[in-house]
Design a binder for this molecule. Structure first.
Ligand code: GTP
Ligand code: MG
Length: 390
Protein backbone atom coordinates (compact mmCIF):
# COMPACT_ATOMS: atom_id res chain seq x y z
CA UNK A 1 0.00 0.00 0.00
CA UNK A 2 2.76 2.38 0.99
CA UNK A 3 4.25 4.31 -1.88
CA UNK A 4 7.62 4.70 -0.25
CA UNK A 5 9.89 2.78 2.05
CA UNK A 6 10.68 4.81 5.12
CA UNK A 7 14.14 4.59 6.63
CA UNK A 8 14.05 5.16 10.33
CA UNK A 9 16.43 5.83 13.18
CA UNK A 10 15.13 4.61 16.54
CA UNK A 11 15.55 6.99 19.43
CA UNK A 12 15.74 5.44 22.89
CA UNK A 13 16.04 6.99 26.26
CA UNK A 14 18.00 5.19 28.96
CA UNK A 15 17.86 6.30 32.54
CA UNK A 16 21.15 6.68 34.24
CA UNK A 17 22.07 3.82 36.56
CA UNK A 18 19.60 1.51 34.87
CA UNK A 19 21.20 -1.46 33.20
CA UNK A 20 21.33 -1.62 29.43
CA UNK A 21 19.41 -4.75 28.42
CA UNK A 22 15.95 -3.41 29.27
CA UNK A 23 16.54 -0.51 26.92
CA UNK A 24 17.74 -2.86 24.19
CA UNK A 25 14.63 -5.01 24.63
CA UNK A 26 12.28 -2.10 24.31
CA UNK A 27 14.12 -0.88 21.21
CA UNK A 28 13.91 -4.42 19.81
CA UNK A 29 10.18 -4.29 20.28
CA UNK A 30 10.06 -0.84 18.70
CA UNK A 31 11.99 -2.26 15.75
CA UNK A 32 9.44 -5.09 15.41
CA UNK A 33 6.64 -2.55 15.49
CA UNK A 34 8.42 -0.57 12.78
CA UNK A 35 8.92 -3.70 10.66
CA UNK A 36 5.25 -4.54 11.06
CA UNK A 37 4.53 -1.10 9.64
CA UNK A 38 6.82 -1.70 6.66
CA UNK A 39 9.54 0.66 7.92
CA UNK A 40 13.23 -0.20 7.60
CA UNK A 41 15.21 0.58 10.73
CA UNK A 42 18.67 1.78 9.72
CA UNK A 43 20.14 2.76 13.08
CA UNK A 44 19.56 3.43 16.77
CA UNK A 45 20.53 6.22 19.08
CA UNK A 46 20.14 6.08 22.84
CA UNK A 47 20.27 9.12 25.02
CA UNK A 48 21.34 8.53 28.60
CA UNK A 49 19.60 11.05 30.78
CA UNK A 50 17.51 11.14 33.91
CA UNK A 51 14.60 12.58 32.06
CA UNK A 52 14.03 14.06 28.63
CA UNK A 53 14.25 17.79 28.17
CA UNK A 54 10.63 19.03 28.44
CA UNK A 55 11.00 21.46 25.54
CA UNK A 56 13.26 19.69 23.09
CA UNK A 57 13.40 16.07 24.32
CA UNK A 58 17.11 15.84 23.47
CA UNK A 59 19.97 17.97 24.73
CA UNK A 60 21.62 20.10 22.06
CA UNK A 61 24.67 17.84 21.67
CA UNK A 62 22.52 14.75 21.27
CA UNK A 63 20.25 16.55 18.84
CA UNK A 64 23.25 17.33 16.64
CA UNK A 65 24.36 13.72 16.88
CA UNK A 66 20.92 12.56 15.80
CA UNK A 67 20.86 15.00 12.88
CA UNK A 68 24.24 13.71 11.71
CA UNK A 69 23.14 10.11 12.05
CA UNK A 70 19.94 10.75 10.10
CA UNK A 71 21.99 12.43 7.42
CA UNK A 72 24.69 9.77 7.23
CA UNK A 73 22.19 6.89 7.11
CA UNK A 74 19.88 8.66 4.63
CA UNK A 75 17.02 8.28 7.07
CA UNK A 76 13.79 10.20 6.66
CA UNK A 77 12.08 9.21 9.87
CA UNK A 78 12.89 9.18 13.58
CA UNK A 79 10.84 6.96 15.88
CA UNK A 80 11.08 7.84 19.55
CA UNK A 81 10.55 5.11 22.13
CA UNK A 82 9.06 7.52 24.61
CA UNK A 83 5.98 9.65 24.35
CA UNK A 84 6.63 13.03 22.76
CA UNK A 85 4.71 16.20 23.40
CA UNK A 86 3.64 18.16 20.32
CA UNK A 87 6.31 20.76 21.12
CA UNK A 88 9.00 18.09 21.35
CA UNK A 89 8.01 16.69 17.96
CA UNK A 90 8.31 20.17 16.49
CA UNK A 91 11.72 20.79 18.08
CA UNK A 92 13.04 17.43 16.92
CA UNK A 93 11.72 17.79 13.37
CA UNK A 94 13.20 21.27 13.08
CA UNK A 95 16.52 20.13 14.49
CA UNK A 96 16.85 16.92 12.51
CA UNK A 97 15.13 17.68 9.27
CA UNK A 98 13.21 14.41 9.20
CA UNK A 99 9.74 13.30 10.11
CA UNK A 100 9.43 12.41 13.81
CA UNK A 101 6.86 10.12 15.42
CA UNK A 102 6.61 8.50 18.80
CA UNK A 103 5.72 4.94 19.69
CA UNK A 104 2.05 5.79 20.12
CA UNK A 105 1.92 7.32 16.65
CA UNK A 106 3.56 4.22 15.23
CA UNK A 107 1.12 1.82 16.94
CA UNK A 108 -1.82 3.91 15.78
CA UNK A 109 -0.44 3.71 12.26
CA UNK A 110 -0.24 -0.10 12.45
CA UNK A 111 -3.77 -0.31 13.75
CA UNK A 112 -4.85 1.89 10.85
CA UNK A 113 -3.25 -0.49 8.37
CA UNK A 114 -4.79 -3.60 9.97
CA UNK A 115 -8.33 -2.44 10.59
CA UNK A 116 -10.73 -4.42 8.41
CA UNK A 117 -14.28 -4.18 9.69
CA UNK A 118 -16.14 -0.90 9.75
CA UNK A 119 -16.17 -1.09 13.54
CA UNK A 120 -12.41 -1.63 13.63
CA UNK A 121 -11.84 1.26 11.26
CA UNK A 122 -14.07 3.55 13.26
CA UNK A 123 -12.29 2.63 16.50
CA UNK A 124 -8.86 3.22 14.98
CA UNK A 125 -9.87 6.54 13.47
CA UNK A 126 -11.27 7.59 16.81
CA UNK A 127 -7.99 6.78 18.51
CA UNK A 128 -6.03 8.60 15.80
CA UNK A 129 -8.13 11.70 16.10
CA UNK A 130 -7.78 11.68 19.88
CA UNK A 131 -4.03 11.57 19.30
CA UNK A 132 -4.10 14.30 16.67
CA UNK A 133 -6.36 16.76 18.42
CA UNK A 134 -3.74 18.19 20.81
CA UNK A 135 -1.13 18.04 18.05
CA UNK A 136 -2.92 20.18 15.49
CA UNK A 137 -0.75 23.03 14.32
CA UNK A 138 -3.17 24.85 12.12
CA UNK A 139 -1.33 23.93 8.99
CA UNK A 140 -2.03 21.35 6.41
CA UNK A 141 -0.56 17.96 6.82
CA UNK A 142 -1.57 14.77 8.45
CA UNK A 143 -0.03 14.10 11.79
CA UNK A 144 -0.51 10.61 13.08
CA UNK A 145 -0.37 8.82 9.78
CA UNK A 146 3.25 8.29 8.92
CA UNK A 147 3.17 7.43 5.31
CA UNK A 148 -0.21 6.63 3.84
CA UNK A 149 -1.10 10.14 2.95
CA UNK A 150 -4.58 9.24 4.06
CA UNK A 151 -5.94 12.06 6.12
CA UNK A 152 -8.07 10.88 8.98
CA UNK A 153 -11.38 12.61 9.05
CA UNK A 154 -11.34 13.78 5.47
CA UNK A 155 -11.38 17.49 4.70
CA UNK A 156 -10.29 20.05 7.22
CA UNK A 157 -7.02 18.62 8.41
CA UNK A 158 -5.49 18.56 4.99
CA UNK A 159 -6.36 22.13 4.17
CA UNK A 160 -3.50 24.58 4.29
CA UNK A 161 -4.10 27.61 6.40
CA UNK A 162 -2.79 29.68 9.24
CA UNK A 163 -3.73 31.20 12.53
CA UNK A 164 -6.03 30.54 15.40
CA UNK A 165 -9.19 30.67 13.33
CA UNK A 166 -8.04 27.89 11.10
CA UNK A 167 -6.90 25.86 14.09
CA UNK A 168 -10.21 26.31 15.84
CA UNK A 169 -12.10 25.22 12.73
CA UNK A 170 -9.95 22.13 12.46
CA UNK A 171 -10.48 21.28 16.12
CA UNK A 172 -14.19 21.69 15.78
CA UNK A 173 -14.20 19.49 12.71
CA UNK A 174 -12.21 16.80 14.51
CA UNK A 175 -14.49 16.84 17.52
CA UNK A 176 -17.56 16.56 15.34
CA UNK A 177 -16.06 13.61 13.50
CA UNK A 178 -15.13 11.97 16.81
CA UNK A 179 -18.70 12.29 18.07
CA UNK A 180 -20.01 10.59 14.93
CA UNK A 181 -17.46 7.80 15.24
CA UNK A 182 -18.27 7.24 18.90
CA UNK A 183 -21.93 6.91 18.03
CA UNK A 184 -21.10 4.41 15.27
CA UNK A 185 -18.96 2.33 17.64
CA UNK A 186 -21.72 2.43 20.25
CA UNK A 187 -24.26 1.11 17.76
CA UNK A 188 -22.09 -1.89 16.85
CA UNK A 189 -21.32 -2.52 20.50
CA UNK A 190 -25.03 -2.60 21.29
CA UNK A 191 -25.63 -5.17 18.57
CA UNK A 192 -22.87 -7.34 19.96
CA UNK A 193 -24.25 -6.95 23.45
CA UNK A 194 -27.61 -8.32 22.29
CA UNK A 195 -25.94 -11.40 20.82
CA UNK A 196 -23.95 -11.84 23.98
CA UNK A 197 -27.05 -11.67 26.14
CA UNK A 198 -28.78 -14.25 23.97
CA UNK A 199 -25.87 -16.62 24.48
CA UNK A 200 -25.86 -15.94 28.21
CA UNK A 201 -29.59 -16.74 28.35
CA UNK A 202 -28.88 -19.99 26.59
CA UNK A 203 -26.22 -20.55 29.22
CA UNK A 204 -23.47 -20.94 26.65
CA UNK A 205 -20.29 -20.07 28.52
CA UNK A 206 -17.87 -17.72 26.82
CA UNK A 207 -14.11 -17.96 26.71
CA UNK A 208 -12.10 -14.95 25.54
CA UNK A 209 -8.60 -15.47 24.22
CA UNK A 210 -6.36 -12.75 25.47
CA UNK A 211 -2.65 -12.07 25.57
CA UNK A 212 0.30 -10.12 24.27
CA UNK A 213 0.37 -9.39 20.57
CA UNK A 214 1.95 -12.18 18.48
CA UNK A 215 1.55 -14.73 21.32
CA UNK A 216 -0.34 -17.09 19.02
CA UNK A 217 -3.91 -16.30 20.02
CA UNK A 218 -5.34 -16.62 16.52
CA UNK A 219 -3.31 -19.77 15.86
CA UNK A 220 -4.77 -21.29 19.01
CA UNK A 221 -8.31 -20.32 18.04
CA UNK A 222 -7.77 -22.04 14.72
CA UNK A 223 -6.59 -25.17 16.50
CA UNK A 224 -9.39 -25.28 19.05
CA UNK A 225 -12.25 -24.19 16.84
CA UNK A 226 -11.13 -25.25 13.40
CA UNK A 227 -11.40 -21.62 12.38
CA UNK A 228 -9.32 -19.80 9.82
CA UNK A 229 -8.41 -16.61 11.63
CA UNK A 230 -5.48 -14.62 10.23
CA UNK A 231 -2.22 -15.84 11.68
CA UNK A 232 0.75 -13.66 10.86
CA UNK A 233 4.18 -12.92 12.23
CA UNK A 234 3.39 -9.26 12.68
CA UNK A 235 2.16 -7.30 15.66
CA UNK A 236 -1.55 -6.58 15.90
CA UNK A 237 -2.63 -8.86 13.06
CA UNK A 238 -6.02 -9.24 14.73
CA UNK A 239 -8.14 -6.23 15.60
CA UNK A 240 -11.69 -7.49 15.23
CA UNK A 241 -13.26 -9.97 17.62
CA UNK A 242 -13.91 -13.35 16.02
CA UNK A 243 -16.33 -15.66 17.80
CA UNK A 244 -16.60 -19.42 17.26
CA UNK A 245 -18.63 -22.15 18.92
CA UNK A 246 -16.56 -25.01 20.20
CA UNK A 247 -17.31 -28.24 22.03
CA UNK A 248 -15.27 -29.78 24.82
CA UNK A 249 -14.35 -33.48 24.56
CA UNK A 250 -17.39 -34.47 26.64
CA UNK A 251 -19.80 -32.35 24.66
CA UNK A 252 -19.99 -29.04 26.48
CA UNK A 253 -20.54 -26.12 24.13
CA UNK A 254 -18.84 -22.78 24.63
CA UNK A 255 -17.92 -19.75 22.56
CA UNK A 256 -14.32 -18.86 21.93
CA UNK A 257 -13.45 -15.27 21.04
CA UNK A 258 -10.20 -14.03 19.55
CA UNK A 259 -9.48 -10.33 19.92
CA UNK A 260 -6.89 -7.62 19.77
CA UNK A 261 -3.57 -8.30 21.47
CA UNK A 262 -1.91 -6.18 24.09
CA UNK A 263 1.46 -4.51 24.22
CA UNK A 264 3.44 -2.72 26.87
CA UNK A 265 2.18 0.84 27.31
CA UNK A 266 -0.78 0.31 25.01
CA UNK A 267 -1.72 3.85 23.96
CA UNK A 268 -4.60 5.03 26.11
CA UNK A 269 -6.31 6.45 23.02
CA UNK A 270 -6.54 2.88 21.73
CA UNK A 271 -7.76 1.43 25.00
CA UNK A 272 -10.49 4.07 25.06
CA UNK A 273 -11.46 3.59 21.42
CA UNK A 274 -11.39 -0.22 21.63
CA UNK A 275 -13.33 -0.41 24.86
CA UNK A 276 -16.28 -2.17 23.23
CA UNK A 277 -13.98 -4.76 21.66
CA UNK A 278 -12.20 -5.27 24.97
CA UNK A 279 -15.63 -5.69 26.52
CA UNK A 280 -15.55 -9.21 25.06
CA UNK A 281 -12.97 -10.08 27.69
CA UNK A 282 -14.70 -8.20 30.50
CA UNK A 283 -17.91 -10.15 29.87
CA UNK A 284 -16.28 -13.54 29.41
CA UNK A 285 -16.69 -16.44 31.82
CA UNK A 286 -13.06 -17.36 31.37
CA UNK A 287 -10.01 -15.65 29.96
CA UNK A 288 -7.64 -17.90 28.05
CA UNK A 289 -4.43 -15.97 28.57
CA UNK A 290 -1.97 -17.00 25.86
CA UNK A 291 1.74 -16.37 26.43
CA UNK A 292 4.59 -16.80 23.97
CA UNK A 293 6.70 -19.00 26.24
CA UNK A 294 9.59 -18.81 23.80
CA UNK A 295 9.98 -15.08 24.36
CA UNK A 296 12.69 -13.93 26.78
CA UNK A 297 10.11 -11.36 27.84
CA UNK A 298 7.39 -13.90 28.68
CA UNK A 299 7.27 -12.98 32.36
CA UNK A 300 6.98 -9.29 31.56
CA UNK A 301 4.31 -9.98 28.95
CA UNK A 302 2.19 -11.86 31.49
CA UNK A 303 2.40 -8.92 33.88
CA UNK A 304 1.58 -6.43 31.10
CA UNK A 305 -1.49 -8.36 29.98
CA UNK A 306 -2.75 -8.70 33.54
CA UNK A 307 -2.19 -4.97 33.98
CA UNK A 308 -4.29 -4.12 30.93
CA UNK A 309 -6.99 -6.55 32.06
CA UNK A 310 -7.05 -4.75 35.39
CA UNK A 311 -7.30 -1.39 33.62
CA UNK A 312 -10.31 -2.44 31.57
CA UNK A 313 -12.05 -4.01 34.57
CA UNK A 314 -11.55 -7.62 33.54
CA UNK A 315 -9.45 -8.70 36.50
CA UNK A 316 -12.40 -10.54 38.07
CA UNK A 317 -12.60 -12.86 35.06
CA UNK A 318 -10.98 -16.21 35.94
CA UNK A 319 -7.84 -16.90 33.95
CA UNK A 320 -6.40 -20.03 32.40
CA UNK A 321 -2.80 -19.44 31.46
CA UNK A 322 -1.55 -21.08 28.26
CA UNK A 323 2.19 -21.34 27.67
CA UNK A 324 2.25 -21.38 23.88
CA UNK A 325 5.06 -22.03 21.40
CA UNK A 326 6.29 -24.94 23.52
CA UNK A 327 7.99 -26.24 20.36
CA UNK A 328 10.27 -23.19 20.36
CA UNK A 329 10.61 -22.47 24.04
CA UNK A 330 13.86 -23.01 25.86
CA UNK A 331 13.28 -25.98 28.25
CA UNK A 332 14.69 -24.10 31.25
CA UNK A 333 12.46 -21.12 30.63
CA UNK A 334 9.48 -23.44 30.23
CA UNK A 335 10.30 -25.20 33.50
CA UNK A 336 10.59 -21.85 35.24
CA UNK A 337 7.26 -20.64 33.88
CA UNK A 338 5.51 -23.87 34.86
CA UNK A 339 6.92 -23.72 38.36
CA UNK A 340 5.73 -20.15 38.74
CA UNK A 341 2.31 -20.87 37.24
CA UNK A 342 1.30 -24.37 38.35
CA UNK A 343 -2.16 -24.16 36.76
CA UNK A 344 -0.78 -23.26 33.35
CA UNK A 345 -0.94 -25.57 30.35
CA UNK A 346 1.97 -25.84 27.91
CA UNK A 347 0.97 -26.16 24.26
CA UNK A 348 2.13 -25.55 20.76
CA UNK A 349 -0.47 -24.18 18.40
CA UNK A 350 1.95 -25.06 15.65
CA UNK A 351 2.63 -28.74 16.35
CA UNK A 352 -0.52 -29.48 18.32
CA UNK A 353 1.33 -30.75 21.36
CA UNK A 354 -0.46 -30.18 24.66
CA UNK A 355 -3.78 -29.39 23.00
CA UNK A 356 -5.55 -32.35 24.57
CA UNK A 357 -4.36 -31.18 27.97
CA UNK A 358 -5.68 -27.74 27.16
CA UNK A 359 -9.06 -29.11 26.07
CA UNK A 360 -9.22 -31.08 29.31
CA UNK A 361 -8.28 -28.06 31.42
CA UNK A 362 -10.81 -25.88 29.62
CA UNK A 363 -13.53 -28.44 30.18
CA UNK A 364 -12.71 -28.70 33.85
CA UNK A 365 -12.75 -24.93 34.29
CA UNK A 366 -16.01 -24.55 32.37
CA UNK A 367 -17.64 -27.34 34.40
CA UNK A 368 -16.66 -25.56 37.56
CA UNK A 369 -18.48 -22.38 36.51
CA UNK A 370 -21.68 -21.64 38.29
CA UNK A 371 -24.47 -21.64 37.34
CA UNK A 372 -23.74 -24.85 35.47
CA UNK A 373 -23.55 -24.15 31.75
CA UNK A 374 -25.52 -25.94 29.11
CA UNK A 375 -24.55 -29.48 28.27
CA UNK A 376 -24.60 -30.98 24.84
CA UNK A 377 -26.56 -28.24 23.11
CA UNK A 378 -24.48 -29.04 20.08
CA UNK A 379 -22.31 -32.01 19.27
CA UNK A 380 -18.58 -31.70 19.70
CA UNK A 381 -16.92 -30.24 16.64
CA UNK A 382 -15.47 -32.83 14.35
CA UNK A 383 -11.98 -31.51 14.66
CA UNK A 384 -12.14 -31.62 18.46
CA UNK A 385 -13.34 -35.21 18.27
CA UNK A 386 -10.73 -36.24 15.77
CA UNK A 387 -7.91 -34.66 17.68
CA UNK A 388 -9.31 -35.57 21.04
CA UNK A 389 -9.05 -39.27 20.30
CA UNK A 390 -5.76 -39.29 18.46
N1 GTP B 1 6.76 -21.98 16.58
C1 GTP B 1 5.54 -21.61 16.88
N2 GTP B 1 5.00 -20.53 16.29
C2 GTP B 1 3.75 -20.17 16.62
C3 GTP B 1 2.97 -20.91 17.55
N3 GTP B 1 1.76 -20.30 17.66
C4 GTP B 1 1.80 -19.23 16.83
N4 GTP B 1 2.97 -19.15 16.20
C5 GTP B 1 3.41 -18.12 15.24
O1 GTP B 1 3.44 -16.88 15.92
C6 GTP B 1 3.01 -15.82 15.04
C7 GTP B 1 1.85 -15.08 15.65
O2 GTP B 1 0.72 -15.94 15.69
P1 GTP B 1 -0.76 -15.33 15.75
O3 GTP B 1 -1.69 -16.45 16.01
O4 GTP B 1 -1.02 -14.45 14.59
O5 GTP B 1 -0.60 -14.43 17.07
P2 GTP B 1 -1.69 -13.47 17.73
O6 GTP B 1 -1.51 -13.60 19.21
O7 GTP B 1 -3.04 -13.74 17.19
O8 GTP B 1 -1.13 -12.05 17.25
P3 GTP B 1 -1.92 -10.65 17.00
O9 GTP B 1 -3.27 -10.92 16.46
O10 GTP B 1 -1.02 -9.96 16.05
O11 GTP B 1 -1.95 -9.96 18.35
C8 GTP B 1 2.69 -16.50 13.71
O12 GTP B 1 3.82 -16.40 12.88
C9 GTP B 1 2.42 -17.95 14.11
O13 GTP B 1 2.69 -18.84 13.05
C10 GTP B 1 3.56 -22.07 18.15
O14 GTP B 1 2.99 -22.77 18.98
N5 GTP B 1 4.85 -22.36 17.79
MG1 MG C 1 -4.31 -12.59 16.12
Amino acid sequence: MRSRQWRAVLLGLAERNVSGPAEADSLDELERLAATDGIAVVDRLVQVRDRPDPATYLGSGKLRELAELVDARHADLVIAEGELTPAQVRALEDGVGARVVDRTGLILDIFGEHARSSEGKAQVELAQLAYELPRLRGQGRELSRIGGGRVAGGAGIGVRGRGEMRLEIQRRHLRRRMRALREQVRRTARRREVTRQRRARNRVPSVAITGYTNAGKSALLNRLAGADADVADVLFATLDPLVRQVGTPDGLTYTLTDTVGFVRRLPHQLVDAFRSTLEEVVQADLALHVVDASSPEAVEHIATVRGVLRDIGADAVPELLVLNKADLADPDRMTGLRREHPGAVAVSARTGEGLDDLRGALQERLRALSPPPSVGTRPTTQRAQAEGTS
